[in-house]
Design a protein around this ligand. Structure first.
Ligand SMILES: Nc1ncnc2c1ncn2[C@@H]1O[C@H](COP(=O)(O)OP(=O)(O)OP(=O)(O)O)[C@@H](O)[C@H]1O
Length: 218
């Protein structure tokens, strides 16, 4: 599903922030990406999400080499991944429904199809009935579940989450992990960036660990 083959990322000011990274995540696998502050976790996340491009090496998504993808192909490739962020990145002036509908509207779905898919996604995260609410009227855990509904509404084969529980207490973090596990059980590949050692330990999944830009476990 996701393969890195000797990937490095160099910033002219910072030098190599990722060096010779190789790993392979199978379809339906769930793994954590961890490491100290500045180890390169966000940079690796950005390479997968095609927000940044690798300086060397090859990246394969769903069997396709995306290392040389042209800019105009990137929105299409990004639809194959559901992105989830620590700060939720919800539009505060839009309802829950509109936030979750956004990727579908961008992809050109009709109103009826959008309504059906949004309700199905909200149902999966336990937020059916909150469609008309605005994000700021929801708890942190609920806001992150809106973020997850938006990420999965297009049924992407892969979920990529950057510190998704960083702003949540342990109980809410556990609920979010239960949701990710459910998506994994239906074949979605899940990669979670986290430095929460206790959470990672409890989940007992594969751990990719970065240390100063090098993969030291995984
Ligand atoms: N756009 C950039 N230009 C130059 N250097 C960068 C850029 N982005 C990241 N870096 C550098 O790359 C290194 C890795 O940063 P990155 O944000 O990937 O680490 P991280 O593991 O996600 O850290 P944290 O847990 O603190 O978010 C750092 O030294 C950082 O300063």
């Amino acid at each position: 599903m996701l393969k890195f083959d000797n990937v490095s990322k160099r910033y002219s000011e910072a030098g190599d922030v990722l060096s010779n990274i190789s790993f392979h995540l199978e379809r339906g696998e769930m793994a954590f990406l961890t490491g100290h502050s500045g180890a390169g976790k966000s940079t690796l996340f950005k390479l997968i999400a095609l927000i940044e491009r690798a300086s060397r090496g090859q990246i394969y998504l769903g069997g396709h080499n995306v290392s040389y993808a042209q800019d105009r192909q990137i929105p299409f490739l990004r639809r194959k991944m559901g992105l989830i962020f620590q700060d939720f990145k919800l539009l505060q002036d839009r309802t829950v429904f509109d936030n979750v509908a956004l990727p579908l509207a961008v992809a050109g779905y009709g109103h009826r199809e959008i309504a059906r898919k949004v309700r199905a996604a909200l149902d999966k995260v336990g937020l059916l009935g909150k469609e008309k609410k605005y994000p700021l009227t929801l708890s942190g855990g609920e806001q992150q579940r809106v973020g997850i509904a938006r990420a999965v509404v297009n049924k992407p084969p892969m979920i990529l989450a950057d510190e998704p529980t960083g702003n949540l207490d342990p109980e809410l973090a556990a609920e979010i992990m239960t949701l990710f596990t459910r998506f994994q059980q239906v074949g979605v590949t899940v990669l979670i960036v986290s430095h929460d050692i206790a959470l990672i330990h409890k989940m007992d999944r594969r751990v990719l660990a970065l240390d100063h830009g090098r993969l030291v476990a995984g």
